[in-house]
Design a protein around this ligand. Sequence first.
Ligand code: QAP
Ligand code: CO
Length: 168
Amino acid sequence: MSILQILEFPDPRLRKIAEPVTVFDAKLEVLIEDMIETMYEAQGIGLAATQVNVHKRLLVIDVSENRDSPLVFINPDFEIIDSELSEYDEGCLSVPGFYETVARPSSVKIEAQALNGENFELTAEGLLATCIQHEIDHLNGKLFVDYLSTLKRQRIRSKLEKDQKKSA
Ligand code: QAP
Ligand code: CO
């Protein structure tokens, strides 16, 4: 297994629209294992393929206390079940060090495929509902900072650009 490199805002590759997964093979399995390992190593609760520069529609999430219940969503789609909004302090492995409050529909029904290609459905609320919407946004080239004011986004952008120059 390997730890993958995570792209950081404002990298333009984070803006690409991911393509559907059509081939369910051993290579996909390795990618998913690497994404799960990368998420745990980075202390994240969710990671979309876009963030590791793979522009395919898949993501991994683990919101469990013990960090031992990874969920895999391939070609995910969602429908709003409860449009009442829930607010969470969101962060992102691609926006290290920044957390801001974002409001999203509090409950969603997700339709996705598993690693074996089978369809499944899941109704989510709470942190899981927020996290899935955040990760699906990545597959559409969208980041949580897009929900903030321009001023906040620009501040985050310039701080991260500075950090990236230092470490480059
Ligand atoms: C999305 O984000 C999320 O800045 C997943 O220094 C987060 O796993 C959805 C992380 C919160 C809803 C609520 C961020 C780790 C992890 C950082 C993450 C950091 C280290 C973010
Ligand atoms: Co993110």
